[in-house]
Design a protein around this ligand. Structure first.
Ligand code: ZN
Ligand code: ZN
Length: 412
């Protein structure tokens, strides 16, 4: 295999011990592209060594996905396997941990009929609700890691041959996930402590608004009443401390869905379910997007915005310094897990209901405090080394948070 097997094994071990933090006696539900089988097999070994009850892998295959677009009846495009997502919901209610391996072709569906793509996305979003709700509520410990997929690697490095491209992507994933170090598990402990320092500072400051300023961007983002900043390791409702994303460089919270105003320009292309959306520029008024354009993929973007009532409002705001390891690779990954950890970002749609100081709010309380609800959650990047961010308190006091894309505060 062209990929370094020792590092692949370290990634699998990190995913189980630090990512999911799988506990003895827990079941594990795993999803992955079929290409990632070598990694999934290593994950299963580490899971059972940690005392997993049952590891259940579910694989997807790009050719089977495309055969639907090429040969299925028209009715197929409004269908989704609800039974599967209901089953996932049931599994999570029974304390099953969740691990997702990603790495699919980011442009798999780019040549397909956008109308069919959006119908599939919509049907899947609706059916996926039982699983999505439990994940966004953080009922159970979960984690996402990446496999260096061949099509993904080819897109990132079009000038290299297939083997070199995959090797280069694998090494970028290992570096960003900190598995190129002697002891990745220890490295993640240190990294988590650093992220904790920033989220604690932001929670102490208790800003009412963030103000983003830079080329094509002048945006005020109100934060939800009683919001809490989080980042790195955090405790799921089942009491298990896990790292949902590997890599992860962000601290994030829930914005107020009625208090976002101004204009904002994306700083990286957005790869959304097989389509690429470039140079997004939107205008917010009273929390809602009232104007939206993109130089490429605008149709897909507009369809996304019309998914439901909450799709035009924000569900997340996240801070990532421009000097983070992923940003420093200078690579565009065409993959949200990486690109969102290279730059400050906002997400359209569903909020993380765990990002509140009071962890036992009802749905109605979350929405009256400004938490958005939607069947979508789509991150897109608005940070760069040209962005300044200020925090504005309720009394109007202004504190610099980022200058030229880096943290503006120093701790001793
Ligand atoms: Zn995020
Ligand atoms: Zn997000």
């Amino acid at each position: 295999m062209i990929i370094d097997e020792k590092k692949l094994d370290k990634l699998a071990e990190l995913a189980i011990k630090t990512g999911v933090a799988l506990q003895r006696g827990q079941d594990l539900l795993l999803t992955a592209p079929i290409e990632a089988l070598p990694l999934v097999r290593r994950i299963a070994v580490h899971a059972y060594k940690e005392g997993a009850n049952i590891v259940t892998p579910l694989f997807s295959d790009p050719e089977i996905t495309l055969s639907r677009f090429n040969h299925a009846t028209d009715e197929s495009f409004d269908k989704a396997p609800s039974w599967l997502f209901n089953g996932m919901g049931e599994a999570f209610d029974n304390n099953t941990a969740r691990l997702a391996v990603v790495g699919e072709d980011p442009l798999l569906l780019s040549n397909q009929d956008p109308d069919k793509v959006s119908r599939v996305n919509k049907a899947t979003s609706v059916a996926y609700k039982p699983a999505r709700e439990r994940i966004t509520r953080f009922d159970i410990n979960w984690n996402i890691i990446s496999w260096p997929g061949q099509a993904w690697a080819n897109q990132m490095f079009p000038d290299l041959n297939s083997e070199e491209a995959q090797k280069k992507l694998a090494n970028a994933i290992f570096k960003a996930s900190r598995v190129d170090t002697e002891n990745p598990i220890e490295e993640w402990k240190k990294h988590n402590a650093n992220l904790r320092k920033w989220s604690d500072w932001l929670n102490n400051m208790d800003f009412a608004y963030l103000h983003f300023n830079g080329p094509g961007t002048n945006l005020k983002v109100g934060l939800a009443d009683g919001h809490e900043w989080m980042g790195g390791a955090s405790m799921a409702q089942n009491g298990i401390v896990c790292n949902p994303n590997i890599p992860s460089e962000e601290v994030f919270t829930t914005p107020h869905c009625l208090r976002v105003d101004g204009e904002v320009s994306a700083t990286k292309p957005l790869s959304h379910q097989g389509s690429l959306i470039e140079n997004i520029k939107v205008k917010f008024e009273n929390g809602k997007i009232t104007q939206a354009n993109a130089t490429k993929g605008e149709k897909v973007l507009l369809k996304v915005l019309d998914s439901d009532e909450g799709a035009r409002r924000l569900g997340e705001v996240a801070l990532v310094p421009d000097n983070s390891p992923i940003s420093q690779t200078g690579l565009l990954f065409y993959n949200t897990l990486f690109d969102e950890n290279a730059a400050c970002h906002i997400a359209l749609g569903q909020c993380y209901t765990k990002c509140f100081k009071n962890q036992s709010l009802t749905k109605e309380e979350i929405s009256s405090q400004g938490g958005n609800s939607s069947m979508i959650h789509i991150d897109w990047m608005i940070g760069s080394n040209k962005i300044d961010i200020d925090g504005i308190k309720q009394n109007g006091d202004i504190t610099p948070i980022f200058r030229k894309g880096k943290w503006a505060q120093k701790f001793n």
